[in-house]
Design a protein around this ligand. Structure first.
Ligand code: C2E
Ligand code: MG
Ligand code: MG
Ligand code: MG
Length: 274
């Protein structure tokens, strides 16, 4: 940034600003092409019960760049979200995820991440229905992860769409719960089934004040009849603490598995189910 670079601030600012813009446009352009050239991948991360059985997976996108290798969503989802590109990526994610879900044996579930901008777009519900019909996947084993930021405005339209999908059996989860900007009032107004505790809370579980937040999230979820999922579980101590608080909690994290290509996920988890 201009300040960090010092010197002639205006000039430096202009240069870095235009470089940043160019970088963004470059990524946008390449990303658009990546959808068509088949360079996007869906990885699956296992979600476990507190007794150690597989309940399902979360689908997490990766970009297999021909020169730069595997690129994490942190590097491109934010950029895609600035334009309607996120809706094209989201469309691809839904279609691929539902094909994956149709290959997962019952009663395993699949959770996917939906950006607010994509969810708000006209025709979102019909798009999900189209992919459900096309894949033959079981709607009642699909979980849509949305963030609190979806509920900041125009909640009437959001609620209508959620209810339409809920009627089809689709479940909704609040991802990164407690890190966004919305009030808690929406929790009892919207058709929700699950709260996901952000990994920032899980990973600082040794800190009593962070633990207080986790305990409070579990209390809210329990009182409203929602399931809780903890992401970013890396240690046995974290898993034990969470399981001790809520036996029905779903655990997700490197302690069990990293996000992995679908074939590896099947080999490790699904082919061994009986
Ligand atoms: P998220 O949905 O909150 O996903 C959880 C992130 O935590 C994932 O990062 C996952 O790989 C990571 N994680 C899981 N367990 C552990 C652990 O034990 N330790 C650590 N250090 N990390 C863990 P990832 O895959 O890089 O995704 C980052 C974010 O990108 C996601 O956060 C989500 O917001 C977004 N994202 C990923 N895939 C999609 C997608 O298909 N569509 C949209 N719209 N966003 C996506
Ligand atoms: Mg998520
Ligand atoms: Mg999350
Ligand atoms: Mg997160």
């Amino acid at each position: 940034t201009a300040k960090a670079n010092g010197g002639n601030q205006t000039a430096v600012y202009d240069v870095s600003y235009s470089t940043e813009l160019e970088h963004r446009f470059e990524i946008e352009r390449e990303l658009r092409a990546a959808i068509d050239s088949g360079d996007l991948r869906l990885y699956l991360q296992a979600q476990m019960s507190t007794t150690g059985s597989l309940l399902g997976a979360e689908a997490l996108i990766r970009w297999q760049h021909p020169e730069r290798g595997l690129i994490s969503p942190a590097e491109f989802i934010g950029i895609a979200e600035q334009t309607d590109l996120i809706a094209d990526i989201g469309d691809w994610v839904i279609s691929q995820a539902l094909i994956e879900l149709s290959k997962l044996p019952e009663p395993l579930t699949l959770a996917i991440n939906i950006s607010p901008r994509h969810f708000r777009k006209y025709g979102f519900v019909e798009q999900v229905e189209r992919h459900l019909a096309h894949s033959g996947a079981d709607a009642s084993r699909l979980i849509l992860e949305v963030t609190e930021n979806l509920f900041v405005d125009n909640t009437a339209d959001i609620k209508d769409k959620m209810q339409a999908l809920q009627k089809r059996g689709v479940a909704f989860s609040i991802d990164d719960f407690g890190t966004g900007y919305s009030s808690l009032a929406y929790l009892r107004k919207l058709p929700l089934q699950e709260l996901k505790i952000d990994k920032a809370f899980v990973q600082s579980i040794d800190d009593p004040s962070q633990r207080a937040i986790i305990d409070s999230i579990i209390a809210i979820a329990t009182n409203l009849g929602f399931r809780t999922v903890a992401e970013g579980v890396e240690t046995k101590a974290q898993a034990d603490y969470l399981a001790g608080k809520d036996k029905a909690m779903v655990l997700q994290g490197y302690l069990f598995a990293k996000p992995q290509p679908t074939a590896e996920f099947h080999q490790r988890f699904v082919n061994n189910l009986n």
